[in-house]
Design a protein around this ligand. Structure first.
Ligand code: PLP
Length: 443
């Protein structure tokens, strides 16, 4: 920022500088998500100003009373005193199986539908078990950009991973890129999120087909993270048993595991419950490598009675009743869960326009020929700035976001913006602050 504009920033320049130095941050641009959150909390407290907070990916809506009422009732009935089955209560397993049939059109037996302590535990359990099936296959491949915690899981487990940014490998180009990894013979599984956190790209059917075909050919398991299930609002995936369905690699390979979080789509993040759905074939697959760690060489059995048992011995009993009730209502057509979260897309549409009008660019902007959907996240850049510089600058304008650099993206000029905590009543502030930013930064 030019010196002459320092008197004219939406948040007092000196106040921001003071808070940054009090936190002892060498660089705001390199700070972690939690550090940025703390810094913005401190500035808000010191100045009384409210930020446009786009740094954290946390749900901003209340959960449906269908879930909370069922959970309260289950607690009243005394389930807190009783260990749930490791692989989930039968009602929930049945509803998960119905859910993937109704909203994805895929057939998975209830046995292979397992509640986990959030989707995070599901992926942790998956990496642990998948990496032990065949000794020569000891590496996970991430299709980035991605959720940094999955890589943290690998570091904690001492496991290997490789990754690439999909930005330059969309469409048919994905085949050669994926094959270049698979050919080496060390990849046991691939993980990506779809819709994608942080970029909100969604794979096209062509891309999912490529991923699925290669997974079968090279015997690689695809871990599809559906944390934002049904939230590509360009299509309506909300009617049970009726197309269009949530797109999935499951249509193109039997080598899949799905991770369906209840945190965003059911706004149930606090109760830490997610779903792990294992294809019938993988569930019953035998792998010699498992016998070194588990009493069974069957993948499904090793997963449940080995890994999940050892990690947490199942998932909170009452939360299972909540999720079962919400899924049952969705499956029966009584609860339109997609409608509940559409507000994220509506906000993104308006916010993206405000950024574009101020001279920003959307970094990941298309799926094939189609502009990306409006949803939970979008990515932005401003000509002439690196991502780190842009975060450092926006903080004086009352706007917070995180750098794409921590997500495995090569687009280091980019930031991830999350819409969930921004209230529509803040849009006029956002507009005014961005206008000021534009005036201060146009050549
Ligand atoms: C891509 C992705 N996967 C997984 C998760 C975590 O899900 P859960 O809260 O169910 O552990 C998130 C949450 O932000 C996410 O964005």
């Amino acid at each position: 920022m030019k010196d002459q504009f320092r008197k004219d920033t939406p948040i007092n320049y000196e106040d921001v500088v003071r808070q940054i130095s009090e936190m002892n941050l060498s660089s705001v641009g390199k700070a972690s998500i939690r550090e940025i959150k703390r810094l913005v909390d401190n500035i808000e407290r010191a100045t009384g100003e409210k930020y446009i907070r786009m740094e954290m990916g946390i749900p901003g809506l209340l959960p449906s009373s269908i879930g909370t009422e069922a959970e309260i009732e289950a607690l009243r009935n005394g389930v807190a005193a009783i260990y749930p089955d490791i692989d989930g209560i039968p009602e929930l397993k049945k509803e998960i199986s119905r859910f993937v049939k109704n909203f994805m059109n895929i057939d998975v037996k209830p046995d292979a539908c397992i509640p986990t302590v959030g989707s995070m535990q599901g992926s942790f359990a998956a990496f642990l078990t998948l990496s032990r099936m065949q000794p020569e296959k000891d590496t996970t491949l991430f299709i980035d950009p991605g959720f940094p915690v999955h890589k943290q899981q690998h570091k904690v487990l001492g496991q290997k991973f490789e990754s690439f940014d999909v930005y330059s490998y969309r469409g048919e180009k994905l085949r050669e890129k994926l094959e270049s990894y698979f050919k080496k013979g060390n990849i046991h599984s691939v993980l990506y999120s779809n819709p994608n956190n942080p970029s909100w790209i969604c794979f096209t059917e062509t891309e999912l087909k490529i991923i699925g075909e290669l997974a079968t050919q090279y015997d690689v398991v695809i871990c599809e993270d559906l944390a934002y299930f049904g939230m590509d609002f360009r299509k309506d995936y909300s009617i049970p048993g009726v197309p269009p369905y949530q797109p999935s690699v499951a249509n193109y390979t039997e080598n899949f595991m799905l991770f369906i979080s209840s945190s965003k789509v059911f706004s149930y993040a606090g109760q830490r419950i997610g779903m792990m759905v294992i294809s019938n074939k993988l569930f019953n697959k035998k792998a010699q490598g498992l016998t070194k760690y588990y009493s069974s060489d069957l993948f499904g059995r090793a997963m449940i009675f080995g890994t999940v048992y050892a990690l947490s011995s199942g998932t909170a009993h009452s939360a299972q009743y909540a999720l079962a009730a919400m899924l049952k209502a969705a499956n029966d057509g009584r609860f339109n869960f997609v409608e509940e979260v559409k507000i994220y897309g509506e906000k993104a549409k308006i916010m993206k326009k405000l950024f574009l009008d101020a001279g920003f660019k959307i970094v990941y902007d298309a799926d094939g020929d189609v502009p990306i959907a409006d949803g939970f996240y979008f990515t932005i850049s401003y000509p002439g700035f690196t991502g780190e510089e842009l975060i450092e600058e926006l903080i004086f304008y009352g706007i917070s976001a995180i750098s794409l650099a921590i997500t495995g993206s090569e687009r280091t000029e980019g930031l991830r913006a999350c819409v969930s905590l921004v209230k529509p009543s803040q849009f006029p502030d956002l507009e005014a602050r961005l206008k000021k930013f534009k005036i201060h930064h146009s050549k």
